[in-house]
Design a protein around this ligand. Structure first.
Ligand SMILES: C[S@@+](CC[C@H](N)C(=O)[O-])C[C@H]1O[C@@H](n2cnc3c(N)ncnc32)[C@H](O)[C@@H]1O
Length: 322
């Protein structure tokens, strides 16, 4: 698959036409919330002239069927063991839950994302959080890179584990403030997307976003050298952001992301021995025969041999040329 495949299409028919069964490693998506999105801006203190027009909302009466339809497609395209993260406000969250219950997805965590610039109100509490539902499709190898951002021994100034804190399920992450820049309604911050992708995917994995909006997931995916496939129905937003994508250099975020100390593969610096190479090839054939998927096979071998993805790939290429 190319680095990115992004389409100005409805995500349900788009997925049916463009994405094969079991071909995606991770879905991160932020569907419309069916809360009259076009009136949302009245609560925000921002200059609307910079917000792109044409955001497509869904009528509340259609939301149940719509949610079920796209979540069923997400289930079809995700590989067994693949991860799904859905963003939702609280108003129609029960509808998302009910759609999920009509699938085989298993809910793993319910993350609360607390953001700044809440929806200002005077006669009730101010809404300043979203829900992120983390689910997996059963019966496959799950990618969860426990120490990718903070190693097991990293501590803060008070001696508390940074890894523990980073993996708690309440996240306080600021929205990005972009004065004078063109934006979409409800853009997700890169920091949040980087965190999800670091934990639940690896380089070269296929990430999908069914509701691209301002292409924030797509941009972060390219920045972390993942491949991305996705849909946005609004031509105004699509035409603007597809041009922005062309300016991005793959991997542009890699130098600035958190990287857990001691998170590198334990055998990274060790020389390969002949019997280890023979064993590697033998295990590759055994696992590949079952999975019929080179990337997933190598990911399993990474754990077994304590080596990095590309180190294994290179050795397999070398052996096959002998
Ligand atoms: C909440 S926004 C996504 C925001 C995005 N996560 C970001 O960070 O910019 C939802 C987007 O879904 C789009 N949309 C609505 N219905 C759609 C459909 N059936 N297929 C594809 N996109 C759709 C809307 O136009 C809107 O841009």
């Amino acid at each position: 698959m190319a680095l990115y495949q992004l389409y100005n299409m409805d995500c349900i028919s788009g997925a049916q036409q463009k994405i094969d069964d079991n071909s995606v490693d991770l879905i991160i998506t932020d569907p419309p919330f069916a809360i009259e999105g076009d009136r949302l801006h009245k609560h925000y203190h921002r200059k609307e002239k910079y917000v792109l027009n044409g955001y497509q909302e869904i009528a509340l009466s259609d939301y149940r069927q719509f949610s079920l339809n796209w979540i069923k497609e997400a289930e079809r395209v995700l590989r067994p063991g693949g991860s799904l993260y859905i963003f939702s406000g609280y108003s129609n969250l029960p509808i998302i839950f009910s759609a999920l219950q009509n699938t085989n997805f298993r809910e793993i965590n319910h993350i609360i994302w607390k953001y700044n610039f809440g929806v200002y109100t005077t006669k009730k509490f101010i809404s300043s959080h979203y829900h992120i539902l983390y689910c997996i499709k059963p019966q496959g190898q799950v990618t969860f890179n426990t120490f990718t951002r903070f190693g097991p021994d990293e501590k803060d100034a008070q001696g508390k584990s940074l890894n523990y804190r980073d993996r708690e399920d309440v996240w306080i992450i600021k929205r990005e403030y972009k004065p004078g820049q063109v934006k979409n309604k409800n853009e997700l911050p890169s920091e949040l997307l980087i965190k999800l992708m670091q934990y639940s995917s690896n380089e070269a994995d296929v990430v999908a976003d069914f509701f691209l909006g301002g292409f924030s997931t797509a941009k972060v995916a390219v920045g972390l050298k993942r491949r991305i496939i996705g849909f946005e129905i609004n031509p105004v937003s699509f035409d603007y952001h597809i041009e922005e994508m062309k300016k991005l250099k793959p991997g542009f975020l890699l130098a600035q992301i958190k990287s857990g100390k001691n998170a590198s593969p334990p055998n990274q610096k060790k020389q390969w021995h002949e019997n280890e190479l023979q064993n590697l090839y033998k295990r590759y054939i055994q696992i590949y025969t079952q999975l019929k998927n080179k990337k997933q096979t190598i990911q399993i071998l990474q754990d077994e041999f304590g080596r990095g993805y590309f180190a294994i790939l290179n050795q397999l290429d070398r052996i096959s040329k002998k």
